[in-house]
Design a protein around this ligand. Structure first.
Ligand SMILES: NC(=O)c1ccc[n+]([C@@H]2O[C@H](COP(=O)([O-])OP(=O)(O)OC[C@H]3O[C@@H](n4cnc5c(N)ncnc54)[C@H](OP(=O)(O)O)[C@@H]3O)[C@@H](O)[C@H]2O)c1
Length: 202
């Protein structure tokens, strides 16, 4: 049994990740602290440091947080780009940078991207761009991780549980059940792979 920190545990992807981690001792966190063990803001190094100082060492960190703004490229404001980049790219990189010293030898990080990085749709340019960037980050930083630490990214298509929210934007996409996405998180946490993007598509 491992101790696994799941950030964004109350979101759709966070709940999916939890389905794959039931064998482990899970510590949950989200921004509000509601229905989670801890509150944290991944866009703040100070907040992340405070969380890790409170919980101490863990064997794995799973981040499912990545806020995205949706608009066409020509409508997207500088502020909307920065909000997306601050969360889905720099926020996730913060989790790794701040969290590294708190993860036990041979432990792992698992981050989130999304299928729109390889299957573009209208209005999702910020999601797609930051998803692609976090995948490149993970592939590269895997070579720099100390003490046998591993890092992977889960790239799911739309969850069946999120179809009501995103389905209209995604004609022709086939949603997948969250339990299938949970398996990918399990494979990242319990396996030995590193620097990989685990795609979950139908
Ligand atoms: N849903 C899908 O079908 C799907 C498919 C592929 C990829 N994705 C990607 O997965 C990511 C998460 O999507 P989701 O649908 O799970 O979102 P969601 O349902 O809106 O959940 C967001 C979660 O993240 C937390 N959160 C938000 N901002 C935070 C911050 N700055 N620091 C810490 N926690 C924060 C929220 O906590 P509070 O509730 O307390 O604010 C909540 O737990 C996104 O990047 C999305 O593009 C989603």
């Amino acid at each position: 049994m491992k101790t696994v920190l799941v950030i964004g545990s109350t979101g759709s992807v966070g709940k999916a990740a939890l389905t794959g981690l039931s064998e482990h001792k899970v510590i949950t966190a989200n921004r509000s602290g509601e229905s989670a063990d801890h509150a944290v803001d991944i866009t703040s190094e100070t907040s992340l440091k405070a969380l890790f100082d409170t919980i101490g060492k863990v064997d794995a960190v799973v981040n499912t947080v990545g806020f995205c703004e949706y608009a066409t490229f020509h409508e997207m404001t500088d502020q909307q780009w920065r909000a997306t980049i601050d969360s889905k790219l720099i926020g996730q990189m913060n989790v790794v940078r701040v969290g590294t010293e708190y993860v036990t030898d041979g432990g792992s990080f698992t981050l989130i991207s999304g299928i729109l990085s390889v299957k573009p749709i209208p209005y999702a340019i910020a999601d797609a761009t930051t998803s692609g960037a976090i995948e490149t980050f993970a592939k590269c930083v895997a070579f720099e991780m100390p003490r046998g630490l591993r890092i992977n990214v889960i790239n799911p298509t739309v969850l069946a549980e999120s179809w009501d929210v995103y389905g209209e934007m995604m004609p022709g996409f086939q949603p997948v059940p969250s339990t299938l996405v949970g398996k990918a998180f399990q494979r990242s946490v319990d396996g030995f792979i590193s620097g990989q993007v685990l795609t979950v598509d139908a």
